[in-house]
Design a protein around this ligand. Structure first.
Ligand SMILES: [Zn+2]
Length: 240
């Protein structure tokens, strides 16, 4: 049977539905630990996943709970799922899929990009001393006042429960994650470049300081659990 309706778009090509071809290596969605409510950032206790692909959205909802809804963005990932899962099992192919650097964005885009000591980009300045302060507290203070760069950690991964669905990305500016990132790198590298099974969790931290001040915040935690190929789907509950 010929599809004569294909001619429907001849006179109005802009209305033609875009063909969606999904490749297993494409970034099909983002994991987010927060959202904007009005103009206020809100930390979330369960993962929020955004995607532009309705099929991916349905799959995430089935695996992690919640339902897909549209949200306001000028980016392609216009569907969001507020899941019920604070933790998800992921597969990280190698430590090359974890990218960590310090970034400061301004009106001109990326204004300062360094590893804390040396400039990473632009290329012509690469390797030059960046001038960031030495102590962690000074770095935090400068970032908070908008003068210095913040951590930017990108993790690219697959879902252990459905590796074929495609790759997801999580970006974090968490200083808490920076503090333990060398351990995460070492744990992933311990498998000699083979894919590892890990958990990605939004952990709630609450304590009272010696001076009686209550401190509470959420931080992303990546825990390497073992080699990915050793794991069977039946051993992979989505929530911790
Ligand atoms: Zn710097």
């Amino acid at each position: 049977m010929a599809n004569n309706l294909i001619r429907l778009w001849d006179t109005d090509p802009d209305s033609k539905p875009r063909e969606r071809t999904r490749f297993a290596d494409d970034i099909v969605g983002r994991f987010r630990s927060g959202r904007l409510v009005g103009k206020m950032p809100e930390a979330l206790n369960e993962w929020r996943v955004t995607t532009g692909d309705p099929e991916v959205a349905d799959k995430i909802a089935a695996l992690m709970g919640g339902s897909a809804a549209e949200w306001e963005t000028d980016k392609e990932d216009n569907l969001e799922i507020l899941t019920d899962a604070p933790s998800v099992r992921i597969v990280i192919d190698s430590s090359a899929d974890i990218d960590a650097s310090m970034k400061k964005f301004g009106f001109q885009g990326l204004e300062h990009h360094c590893d804390g000591v040396q400039i990473l980009s632009p290329e012509e300045e690469k390797g030059d001393l960046c001038g960031c302060p030495e102590s962690l507290q000074d770095r935090k203070d400068r970032a908070r006042s908008g003068k210095g760069p913040k951590p930017s950690i990108d993790v690219t991964f697959r879902l252990a429960a459905d590796p074929e669905l495609g790759k997801f990305r999580f970006n974090s500016g968490s200083w808490s994650l920076v503090n333990v990132l060398h351990d995460v790198f070492a744990a992933v590298d311990a498998y000699d470049g083979r894919p590892v099974l890990a958990s990605l969790t939004i952990e709630h931290v609450a304590y009272t300081t010696k001076t009686g001040r209550d401190v509470a915040f959420n931080m992303p935690v990546i825990k390497v659990l073992g080699a990915a190929e050793a794991a069977q789907p039946a051993d992979l509950p989505m929530a911790a």
